[in-house]
Design a protein around this ligand. Structure first.
Ligand code: FES
Ligand SMILES: [Fe+2]
Length: 388
């Protein structure tokens, strides 16, 4: 029993009722446009791990709302990013989601203006003569800021933005210090569409009230989640269990489980640089709103990116990253890790889609946040501050 004089209110919880965001913010087209401008065009947006842009002239295109962005590694190995739009009459330059340029020049597929991949300057038009007053120097590609943090490539639609690692994530990603993020290789990539507003994804990610019913397999792996909380300090009587080694109270993975995989086994392939404390933690997360979270596990890292495709649609892309030695080991079955991650994400996707459909109820002005949803309040405050 705890000391009766202990202040039992100092747990993580919302002390009073908090209304959620207006329900129409999850489907109104005009509001969606406001959020694109206020949030998606004013924050660093994750593209992919550097290992997916490893070779000179490798490129990726992404659509951040209605903005199509081209990210590439130039012939000298530098990352570059531009709006994927020709300065002649606006055609897309690269149609594919990814590929490798055939030369150092980007050639528009429409009338074949060409640009230097290194800095976007216009090299050549296809007209017989240059009209009076036309100067090629006036028509470079529109630049986008691009930077890598520990092997993770981000872009910012403000070309003058500078990446500040101290403010990239919502909380400092200290638990990732021992993960060799820069050196990992992409073992598997999976993309799916989810019929929900992008905020519904983040709200679902930030609470575990849904865990026992939505994620029966996950709550067996992470017993704390069976209590519908994400942190041992989320309940008023947390002091009663200080020092309790039961993962149901201290967090971490269930006894005998080593990682997020379908049988809980890491197959003997732990990330070597992790400490005993890292392994004991079992899993850790870092979010860079609005586009990405990193999940760190004893044998792999999962990076999940979302992009808005409309007021009620997102595209989710997960990259599973491993040490090269793990991927090269003939006995390592990465399917166990991928299958488990997919299962959890598909369960969440279904919950988000149900949530989305119900948000259209005409009498519903807004939902309500319960005490355990304190992280949702942080997220919703961040949205409100930007758009109101
Ligand atoms: S639109 Fe690109 S060359 Fe005409
Ligand atoms: Fe979930």
């Amino acid at each position: 029993m705890s000391d009766a004089s202990t202040d039992r209110r100092d747990h993580n919880a919302l002390p009073e009722v908090v209304p959620g965001l207006p329900a129409r913010w999850y489907h109104d087209a005009g509001h969606y446009e406001r959020e694109l401008r206020a949030l998606w065009q004013r924050n660093w947006i994750y593209i992919c791990h550097e290992a997916a842009l490893a070779q000179p002239l490798d490129y990726r295109t992404v659509e951040i709302g209605d903005q199509n962005i081209l990210v590439l590694r130039d012939a000298e190995g530098e990352l570059r990013a531009f709006h994927n739009a020709c300065r002649h009459r606006g055609s897309l330059l690269c149609k594919q989601a990814q590929g490798r340029l055939g030369s150092k020049a980007l050639v528009c597929p429409y009338h074949q203006w060409s640009y230097a991949a290194s800095d976007g300057r216009l090299l050549r038009t296809t007209s017989f003569t240059a009209p009076k007053g036309f100067d090629k120097a006036d028509y470079p590609l529109f630049r986008v800021a691009v930077a890598a943090w520990r092997g993770c490539v981000f872009v910012h639609l403000d070309a003058t933005a500078e990446l500040d690692p101290t403010s990239l994530f919502q909380r400092p990603p200290d638990n990732f210090v021992n993960f060799p993020l820069e050196d990992l290789r992409v073992g598997f990539t999976w993309t799916t569409d989810i019929a929900c507003n992008w905020k519904a994804f983040w709200e679902n990610f930030n609470e575990c009230l849904h865990c026992p019913n939505v994620h029966p397999e996950l709550t067996k792996l992470v017993p704390l989640y069976s209590r519908r909380i994400v942190n041992p300090l989320d309940v008023p009587d947390w002091r009663d269990h200080v020092g309790d080694n039961d993962p149901k109270y201290r967090g971490g993975l269930a006894a005998g489980r080593e990682t997020w995989s379908s049988d809980g086994s890491a197959q003997g392939r732990f990330i070597e640089s992790l400490t005993a404390e890292d392994l004991e933690r079992g899993h850790t997360y870092a979010s860079a709103w609005p586009s990405v979270f990193l999940g760190g596990y004893p044998d792999h890292v999962r990076i999940v990116r979302l992009l808005p495709k409309g007021p009620e649609q997102i595209e989710l892309t997960a990259e599973w990253l491993f040490p090269a030695a793990t991927l090269e080991a003939p006995d390592y079955d990465l399917g166990k890790v991928v299958d488990f991650g997919k299962l959890v994400m598909q369960q969440d996707a279904e919950a988000c889609e149900l949530n989305q459909r119900g948000l259209h109820a005409a009498p519903l002005d807004a939902g309500v946040l319960m005490p355990e949803e304190y992280l949702l309040k942080r997220f919703q405050d961040w949205v409100r501050t930007a758009v109101v």
